[in-house]
Design a binder for this molecule. Structure first.
Ligand code: SF4
Length: 405
């Protein structure tokens, strides 16, 4: 993983640059702009995203040097002598992925959806939901705010909303890439491959698309407009286009069979996921699954730990759904001030977090499950909380530039 501080390009071979951060070397693709050896750059998700003036880069690096090594030291101390499942998973994370932690911003630009997934609160048949769409200028303004706050990787997410056709999506991606040095992911559901091709050419480099369950019968039941086979084919085809893939599943989906979680983890890995994303099923009152129960936090932490032990090199996300479950958890283990399950998830092997950058007036309306964590939290406050949490665990954010003071 690349840090959210400038690195120096040491060498370039074909489309890959070797970038150095305080003696550590990372590889990143150079295809978003031209670079030469000696340039200072920001790199995210394995792509160079921005050049930095040498004077500015050196000032940032001087500011960061002490903190950089101090964080690594803290992380190493916390992973010494692992005893239980979580500690072993966390030690594996430290050994293979170091102390870097992705912090992506997520912008939910439309809560319209043409589908009726049984578990989802923004399903088409939820007539009680107020729907919203952000027009292109609003999207650009929200992206601008996020970039000003320091984000270097953003996910643009919506329901499957045909209002945003390929032309519109391409314009959005191209405008953002022309204006801002961010690594852009899209999360827009099942679109034809040509749309994904056009978005790649416009500058998007990642796709968040979960398969939700590896159980084909359960899939057809809960996602009636699609099949597991079609979904997996699309994910594979998108990956072939060159995209980074974020994928995963729901834990505790009603109808889940014994062994499904393990199969879900294996399927996530077999799809070549850049990042694993799995959240708990949380029932929504306006869905057919409203009376089903959720898994508990321990099941979530165990799933993270097992996924980590099976996939030492993975980026594993602390999902907002997990934080929502944690927010409502009353167990004595929970520290309500310092985390919402995020701390334990990070200590069980997770190493990625997302922060909602959707304008506050829309967040509550992206109601995929109830009482989502962070819907009324000011983004700057949320960033501060996340940075405080990460630094207390010796982690360095990789997609969010922050001052070290
Ligand atoms: S899960 Fe996605 S595709 Fe299904 S109803 Fe919700 S937003 Fe639409």
């Amino acid at each position: 993983m690349c840090y959210a501080i400038p690195g120096k390009v040491l060498e370039i071979s074909e489309r890959t640059a070797t970038v150095e951060y305080f003696g550590e070397r990372k590889k990143a693709y150079t295809d978003l702009f031209d670079v030469t050896v000696g340039d200072y750059v920001y790199a995210q998700g394995g792509f160079l995203i921005q050049k930095v003036e040498p004077k500015e880069a050196r000032e940032i690096l001087t500011d960061w040097r002490e903190l950089f090594f101090r964080l690594q030291e803290t992380d190493k101390k916390l992973t010494d002598n692992p005893q239980n499942l979580y500690e072993r998973a966390n030690a594996i994370r430290q050994k293979h992925q170091g102390n870097s932690c992705c912090v992506h911003g997520i912008l939910e630009f439309s809560n319209y959806c043409r589908n009726n997934c049984l578990y989802c609160g923004i399903r088409k048949d939820n007539k009680s939901l107020t729907r919203y769409r952000l027009e292109i200028p609003e999207i650009l303004k929200a992206v601008d705010n996020a970039v000003q706050l320091g984000f270097k990787a953003l996910v643009l997410q919506s329901g499957e909303d045909p209002y945003y056709d390929a032309d519109k999506l391409e314009t959005i991606v191209r405008e953002i890439r022309n204006r801002y040095p961010v690594l852009l992911f899209v999360s827009i559901g099942e679109r034809d491959l040509n749309t994904y091709k056009r978005l790649y050419e416009a500058g998007a480099r990642g796709v968040l698309i979960r398969f939700e369950t590896s159980n084909p019968e359960l899939y057809t039941k809960v996602k009636p407009e699609s099949t597991l086979e079609a979904r997996l084919k699309l994910i594979k085809d998108i990956r072939e286009l060159g995209y980074l893939i974020v994928t995963g599943f729901l834990v505790g989906l009603p109808g889940e069979k014994k062994g499904d979680v393990l199969r879900n983890i294996k399927l996530t890995a077999s799809l070549g996921a850049e990042m694993f994303s799995f959240g708990p099923f949380i029932p929504h009152s306006q869905t057919p699954l409203k009376d089903a129960g959720s898994p508990n936090l321990t099941q979530m932490f165990k799933t993270i730990a097992r996924a980590r032990l099976m996939n030492p090199e993975a980026k594993i996300l602390v999902t907002t759904a997990l934080e929502t479950l944690g927010k409502n958890d009353t167990s004595p283990l929970r520290d309500p001030v310092r985390d919402n399950g995020a701390r334990q998830a990070l200590l069980a092997g997770a190493n990625s977090i997302m922060i909602n950058v959707t304008p506050l007036q829309y967040r509550k309306l992206y109601d995929i499950y109830p009482e989502r964590f962070g819907v009324d939290l000011d983004t700057q406050k949320h960033i501060n909380q996340v940075i405080q949490l990460l630094q207390s665990l010796g982690r360095a954010p990789t997609d969010l530039s922050v001052s070290n003071s």
